[in-house]
Design a protein around this ligand. Sequence first.
Ligand SMILES: Cc1cc2nc3c(=O)[nH]c(=O)nc-3n(C[C@H](O)[C@H](O)[C@H](O)COP(=O)(O)O)c2cc1C
Ligand SMILES: Nc1ccn([C@@H]2O[C@H](COP(=O)(O)OP(=O)(O)O)[C@@H](O)[C@H]2O)c(=O)n1
Ligand SMILES: [Mg+2]
Length: 235
Amino acid sequence: MSATRPRAVGYDELAALKLLALDGGLDGEVKVSCSGLADRLDASNQTASRRLQQLDDAGLVEREMVSDGQWVSITEDGKWALKREYEDYRRIFETPAGIDLTGTVTSGMGEGRHYISLPGYMEQFEDRLGYEPFLGTLNVELTDESIRARSAMEALEPVHIDGWEDDERTYGPAVCYPAVVETQDGEVYEQAHTIAPERTHHDEDQLEVIAPEKLREELELEDGDHVTVHVEETA
Ligand SMILES: Cc1cc2nc3c(=O)[nH]c(=O)nc-3n(C[C@H](O)[C@H](O)[C@H](O)COP(=O)(O)O)c2cc1C
Ligand SMILES: Nc1ccn([C@@H]2O[C@H](COP(=O)(O)OP(=O)(O)O)[C@@H](O)[C@H]2O)c(=O)n1
Ligand SMILES: [Mg+2]
């Protein structure tokens, strides 16, 4: 859906189509009189009639004429035309649904594996992320721009992993976001999460990613490879 794609009808016709949808035209036939529609469009009867004719010609509505008006229903193409307008407004008014972070695959300190394997975390991963992660975190060194963009993640709702303790020590909490990892070649791994432990030896430039499988194998990644991590809001 793009604002640049040509539309089957003009904005005047779309305004009429919107009124038909507000009357219930997406759910079935609605009774329409040209004079009623004309009033709402602030146009003449003739103009209202022409708008309906143009919507019909473009295949956006189906009509059945009766003595005191017409029954009109919106077709799938009509629904699509309205949906495109809706998508445009959504883009105008809504904050983007996700954030794209780019960086380079790196090796870390080999500690991620240990922390992920701890039962106090593992039980929460299974419960809250829906899978048992591969033991480790894929470390991605972010570009300067992505380090800045990363702060926008705070506006998204994360999955919280709680801190916990055993007999010896306490373990810190972490936040996760659903993430899609994409390689430079366009290979995609959908079922991943970013994980940001509250206590970490890394700075903001390191993004850690967990997944049910070893991403280095699934995506054939090596140190130095570029990846994009699409971070999403929890559904
Ligand atoms: C789920 C999780 C919990 C963590 N909790 C702690 C913690 O309580 N204390 C701590 O010093 N580091 C904690 N870490 C951070 C690790 O020490 C390390 O900074 C990070 O995971 C990077 O490891 P890597 O370089 O081996 O990938 C945690 C890491 C993960 C993944
Ligand atoms: N889902 C995952 C998690 C870790 N890994 C890799 O698995 C290894 C173990 O993770 P780790 O966090 O203990 O190690 P480092 O990130 O410190 O190198 C590292 O090579 C990670 O890059 C992966 O390929 N896919
Ligand atoms: Mg790691």
